[in-house]
Each structure stands twice: as C-alpha cells, then as structure tokens.
Design a protein around this ligand. Sequence first.
Ligand code: SAM
Length: 299
Amino acid sequence: MKKLIEFANTKEILDKYGFSMQKKFGQNFLINESVLDGIIESAGITEKDLVLEIGPGIGTMTQAMCEHAGKVVSVEIDKKLIPILEETLADFDNVTVVNDDILKVDKARLERILSGEEAPSSNIYSDTPAEGLTLKVVANLPYYITTPILMYLFESDLPFESITIMVQKEVADRMQEGPGSKEYGALSLAVQYYAKPQTKLIVPGSSFVPRPNVDSAVIKLARYETPPVEVEDPVKMFKFIRASFNQRRKTLVNGLTHMSELGLTREQVEEALRKMEKSPTVRGETFTLEEFAKLSNLL
Ligand code: SAM
C-alpha cells in the first residue's frame, strides 16, 4: 500500500471511497512527512512498544507506527473509516482497529484488546502477543476533545509510559503554564501532576488536510512513576481544582462551597486556608500544584 503521508496518496484514497471529512469528529489528516518522522522519534517507538493510537483516520500515522512498533491498537469513532483502514493497513499483521468512541469504550474491554485476549468486532485484528511490550499512547488528537481524552487516560488504570500527541499549540502551551498566567488552569495542573510535559515540534496548518486555522504542536507527556506531590485522593483533588477554576474571578472559598456535590462548608475551607497561612479571599488561580495538594489533604 502506498504511503498516505504523501498528499497525492491521501487524495487518491479519499476520492476512491468518496470520503468527506467531518468537522464534528475533528478530522484533519496529516500530510507532512517530516512531522510524521518527528512524532515517531519523539515518542521513541521501537519494536518493544505497544502503541495505543486514538483516531487513526485513514491510517496515515498508523502505517508508520506499524513499521516501528511491536504492535499497534487504534481506536476510531467513525465507522465510515473502517473499510478504508482495511485497505490502507492490509500490509501489516501487527495492528488491531477498534471501532469505538475512546471516551465510551469499556475500559476493561480495551485492556483485554490491548493485551490480545479479546478480538474487536472489526476485521483488522492482530493476535501478536503484547506481553512484555511497553504501552505508549500516540495520537493526532481530535482537538474538540483533547482535555476529556487526557483526563480519561490519566484517570484510567492503563499502564502507559508516555503520551505523545498533536494538539493545538495554544493547548500545548496551557499544559506547561503555572500560577500568574491567564492560561493556567485545571488542564495545566492535571498534566503537571501526572507527567512531565515537553513540546517537541511546532506544526503549521499546511501540514494537514483540511488545513486548520491554528498552529499545532507535538507534545510529549512522560508519566511520572511517582507524582511530584503527595495527595491522599487525587480524584478528589481534581474535583477541587475544577471547582476553583470554574469561575476564575471567584475566591477559592466561594468556588469550593458553591459546588454542592463537594459537601464543603465555608468554615471548613476557611479553617484549611488558615492552617496554610492563606487569606480567606485568596483565588484558586494563585495556587500551585503543591498548595492544591495540601488543601485537598487538609479537607
Ligand atoms: N491520525 C489521523 C492523522 O493524523 O491523519 C487522523 C487525525 S484526526 C485529527 C482525529 C481522528 O480522531 C479522526 O479520525 C476522528 O474520526 C477520530 N476521532 C474523533 N473523535 C474520536 C473519539 N471520541 N474516539 C475515537 N476517535 C475519534
């Protein structure tokens, strides 16, 4: 099969199947070979790796990853792409395609498919064993759901070593911000709690069809074995963080007590702030990850 990273080959396959790209699925297909090489290199894909790809599209990155990885499992929401992937991935015996929404797929089932214990319903299935392979997530993400996908991955039990993703440049920047920046928020804190972020490439819109209006970036999130701060209940801490940033202009006390599901009283939050020697009118956006961890442990 011809390499889809060449625009002429992408165009040929799209025309052959009469496929029109859907905005609602964030479909922008990669057509820049040096960017593709950069992604493979940044992710450090070798035959010892099991790659989980989210959104293979017509299989452009999948083809290159199959050449480098031990095994690739790709999850694609759009069923119209499945017959195309059957053709474009036909040369590889180390790839499995799952036709599902990554945010809705049963996690236990995904784990069984990744390990090779269960076959998906698509015809693209590899029984290559995944035992002993290192799990890496690599994707050109649909931009409309970047944050939910990252939170899904971080809060899942999937034992991935790193996530290497193409995202909007602005979102990659946001992941690396700290207090004092307008862009600092729940996403920055989640990424920095679970992983060490590093921008690898800046990618112009001309690298995709159709061309997006914004620049993109490839960012690698290398997962920490032990997070940089100690938190008794990280899921609870992220509930507090989201509540604090929901209305940025509110004080931390108001943000946390307005969300009734957290069940916090004004006195409880003020008491915790006193112990931290913080003013009762402090805003969440000034808190570092360490401070959110301390507050969450106190509460
Ligand atoms: N990887 C391909 C490439 O680089 O050319 C396509 C990338 S495109 C930006 C995003 C892909 O994610 C599309 O194929 C889209 O259909 C798929 N997608 C969108 N939402 C999804 C979801 N919730 N679960 C799985 N795949 C999804």
